[in-house]
Ligand binder design. Structure first.
Ligand SMILES: Cc1cc2nc3c(=O)[nH]c(=O)nc-3n(C[C@H](O)[C@H](O)[C@H](O)COP(=O)(O)OP(=O)(O)OC[C@H]3O[C@@H](n4cnc5c(N)ncnc54)[C@H](O)[C@@H]3O)c2cc1C
Length: 386
């Protein structure tokens, strides 16, 4: 039986961005909201990522948003009733060559102006603190307050809390079309339901361009699947999440002992139905990169491999901001392999825009209009986690 429901806001996509926005809309703005999710809350990129809560290396104008998110990571117990295994273990980047070290140092200098303190560690200091590192390491940089969390726990916790606060969360609810007229948005789902609202949030992740295209907008978006793996439980030794400075290759150890690793290699996922497959050949090479950082891992048994569906915008930074064509529409998608850390604050800022049309957290560089204007950052591609 078809039905029609009316809300203050509709959210298309129940990943971390959508779930956090729903929570913030209910908790701080008192708006009625429905989250429409094609599959399950947090089952796509938000639930399968590496779990790095990292600010170092980000596009500098993204740091205000990342700082806001970092504060929310510490507040998870109050916000969603669970720590979600967030551990501020530190996040470390390593250099094996002079030019890599120069880049890390240059970033550390610049980041200071954006409120991020990065410690510089020489080879001796690194060896003293982390005796398991490859002895060829030249130096590194560290943000002690960053760390990692369990992606399987985070988005469901946001979704459950949003629901407990009164958000309507519909799973297995694919949005097939959206019309807009002066009265607002009319959303049709595969189940035949109609949802009406004056405001709409596009948090459809790798599928975000489809929603934007219904409103005559798009960003240059490529779909890729970062490759990930996890070892058997090993005696706990690692501490910080760490990666190489010359390219994305990273690992972390959870408290149960498993070492999660990934980076630098991708599968080619499909959007319909969503599917991303690990590629054993790439994983073998990827493991060599990891063993170069931490030689003691050679011989560790890999117990699971996976990938995920992620949207990468051509300049390496997401689309986030009000639509340029349609009043009441806000986009937040295409997080280019680095959206997990940002997710809590993306939801907070999107909720502020939906409720008040503005936010104190600057997001102008992420506007979808940068592809119709001459972008200041043209040609530069910014760092991601995978
Ligand atoms: C393997 C991997 C490793 C990563 N590692 C890190 C990391 O360590 N640190 C970090 O910061 N970031 C990382 N990322 C990136 C991060 O996971 C993503 O940027 C972030 O989770 C994106 O969240 P999202 O809510 O935008 O998208 P998603 O989680 O993909 O959610 C979008 C949702 O929209 C739904 N949807 C799409 N179309 C429709 C429709 N028509 N109707 C209804 N629902 C729809 C989808 O089903 C999906 O659930 C990684 C990503 C991957 C894949």
């Amino acid at each position: 039986m078809s039905r029609t429901e009316r809300f203050d806001a509709i959210i298309v996509g129940g990943g971390l961005m959508g779930a956090s926005a729903a929570l913030h809309l209910r908790k701080f703005h008192g708006m009625s909201v429905a989250v429409l999710e094609r599959g399950y809350i947090g089952a796509q990129a938000s639930g399968v990522n590496f779990g790095h809560v990292r600010r170092q290396g980000r596009f500098l104008p993204q740091l205000p948003l990342a700082h806001r998110s970092r504060r929310l990571w510490s507040a998870l117990p109050e916000l969603v009733g669970h720590h979600c295994e967030f551990i501020p273990s530190g996040s470390l980047k390593l250099a094996f060559a002079e030019d890599e070290m120069d880049k890390l140092l240059a970033y550390a200098r610049e980041a200071k102006h954006w409120g991020l303190e990065i410690e510089v560690l020489g080879a001796d200091a690194l060896r003293a603190e982390y005796p398991w590192l490859n002895p060829d390491v030249l130096g590194g940089t560290r943000v002690s307050e960053d760390g990692h969390a369990n992606p399987r726990l985070v988005t469901p916790a946001f979704g459950r809390t949003a629901q407990a606060l009164g958000a309507v969360v519909r799973e297995s609810c694919e949005v097939l079309s959206i019309d807009h007229d002066p009265a607002g948005f009319r959303v049709q789902t595969a189940g035949g339901e109609t949802y009406l609202a004056p405001r709409l949030l596009n948090t459809a992740g790798a599928w975000g361009n489809r929603i934007a295209a219904w409103f005559g907008e798009a960003a240059p978006l490529e779909i890729k699947g970062p490759l990930m793996a996890v070892t058997e439980p090993l005696p706990y030794f690692l501490g910080p999440a760490l990666g190489s400075g010359n390219g994305p290759c990273y690992l972390r150890q959870v408290q149960r002992g498993n070492v999660v690793w990934g980076g630098g290699r991708w599968s080619q996922p499909q959007l319909d139905p969503p599917r991303a497959q690990a590629d054993p050949e790439h994983l073998t090479r990827q493991f060599e990169d990891i063993v170069r950082l931490v030689p003691a891992l050679r011989g560790a048994q890999v117990i699971r491999t996976w990938s995920g569906v992620e949207g990468y915008v051509a300049d390496g930074i997401p689309v986030m901001g009000p639509s340029a064509t349609t009043p009441g529409l806000f986009h937040a998608y295409g997080f280019c392999g680095h959206g997990f850390q940002l997710g809590p604050a993306v939801g907070a800022v999107a909720a502020e825009y939906l409720a008040n049309g503005q936010s104190e957290t600057p997001i102008e560089p992420f506007s979808i209009t940068r592809f119709s204007e001459t972008p200041a950052n043209a040609g530069e591609v910014h760092e991601h986690d995978d």
